[in-house]
Design a protein around this ligand. Structure first.
Ligand code: HEC
Length: 163
C-alpha cells in the first residue's frame, strides 16, 4: 500500500461517514416533524392525579367552617358506603342458616314445624324462645352462629319455625 491509496481510502471513508451523519440528522428532523414532542401537561387528568397523590392524609377542622367540611365529608363517606339491606323475612333467614340444623334436628335441635317446637313454645313462650335463639342455649349457637343477624331477623325466623 502506498501513501496515495491510503489517502484515497481516507477521503472516501470520510465521505461515507459524513453521508451517514447527514442521514442521521435528516432522520432526527424527520422524526421530530412526524411525531411532535409531547407537552408535559398535555393530559389534564395527569395534573389531577398528581394533586390526588399529594393530598394530606388528615386535616384539622375547626369552627363553623370545619363543622361544615366535616359534615360534607361524612355525607360523602355515607354515600360511598355500600348499602346493606337487612332482610327481615322468616323464610329467608331460616333458609340461609337455621335450616342446616333445624330441618334434620342436628344435635337435638327441635325440628321446624314439629311437635318439639310446639312443646317448647308451650313451655317457654315465644319471647323466651327468641331470647334463647339470640343468646344461644346448649348446642344452639347464639344467633345460629351468625352475629350479623339482628334481633328482628331472629324473631321472624323463630316465628317461621313454629308449627
Ligand atoms: C349449629 C346448629 C344450629 C343452628 C345453625 C341453629 N340452631 Fe337453633 N338450636 C340448635 C340446637 C341443638 C337446639 C336445641 C338446644 C337445646 O335446647 O338444648 C336449638 C334450639 C333452638 C330454639 C329453641 C330454644 C329453646 O329455648 O328451646 C330456637 C327458637 C332456635 N334454635 C332458633 C334458631 C334460629 C332462629 C336459628 C337461625 C338463626 C337457629 N336456631 C340456628 C342448633 C342450631
Amino acid at each position: 500500500m502506498d501513501v496515495n491509496s491510503d489517502s484515497a481510502f481516507l477521503r472516501q471513508f470520510s465521505i461515507v461517514i459524513a453521508g451517514f451523519m447527514a442521514l442521521t440528522l435528516a432522520l432526527i428532523f424527520l422524526a421530530r416533524f412526524v411525531v411532535p414532542e409531547p407537552e408535559n401537561d398535555a393530559n389534564p387528568s395527569q395534573a389531577v392525579l398528581a394533586e390526588q397523590r399529594v393530598v394530606p392524609v388528615g386535616a384539622v377542622r375547626s369552627g363553623d367552617e370545619g363543622a361544615a367540611a366535616l359534615a360534607e365529608a361524612q355525607a360523602m363517606a355515607a354515600a360511598a358506603a355500600p348499602v346493606q339491606e337487612v332482610v327481615v323475612d322468616g323464610p329467608t333467614v331460616y333458609g340461609g342458616l337455621c335450616m342446616s340444623c333445624h330441618d334434620a334436628g342436628v344435635a337435638g335441635a327441635p325440628i321446624k314445624g314439629s311437635d318439639q317446637m310446639a312443646e317448647r313454645l308451650a313451655a317457654k313462650g315465644l319471647d323466651m324462645l327468641v331470647q334463647n335463639a339470640i343468646n344461644g342455649i346448649n348446642a344452639m349457637p347464639a344467633r345460629g352462629g351468625n352475629p350479623a343477624l339482628t334481633d328482628e331477623q331472629i324473631r321472624v325466623a323463630v316465628e317461621f319455625m313454629l308449627p
